[in-house]
Ligand binder design. Structure first.
Ligand SMILES: [Mg+2]
Length: 124
């Protein structure tokens, strides 16, 4: 089935690195979107939801942790899986964001294998 992906990170370079790593992982997405912060992501998701969001934590305008809560309020994104991608890895942060509705957590730096491991169970 055709799948769609949104990469949300305030660093354009990091978005490129994530995109390249996703490609190297062998996972296939028919449509990919990018957003520079949570607010921009929400705006884009309102028009067309995606299957998977890869979401940074620290961003201006709206943090990734806040974006998770907002996405979970959207009926249109009920089936959207959210995987956080961050250098932060405190148990408190991870537990909190998972409780708010995230589906996974990938630490930076990451590998294509890690993307494959964490994302493939979320894609069926
Ligand atoms: Mg950031």
């Amino acid at each position: 089935m055709a799948k769609s992906l949104m990469i949300v990170d305030d660093s354009a370079t990091m978005r490129k690195i994530i995109m390249r790593t996703v490609r190297m992982s062998g996972l296939k997405f028919e449509r990919t979107e990018e957003a520079g912060n949570g607010a921009e992501a929400l705006q884009k998701l309102g028009g067309s939801p995606v299957d998977i969001i890869l979401c940074d934590v620290n961003m201006p305008e709206m943090m990734g942790t806040e974006l998770v809560k907002k996405v979970r309020e959207l009926d249109s994104c009920a089936n959207t899986k959210i995987v956080m991608v961050s250098t932060e890895s405190s148990k408190e942060l991870i537990d909190g964001v998972m409780a708010d509705g995230a589906n996974g957590f990938i630490n930076k730096p990451f590998t294509p294998e890690k993307f494959q491991e964490k994302l493939s169970p979320l894609i069926d």
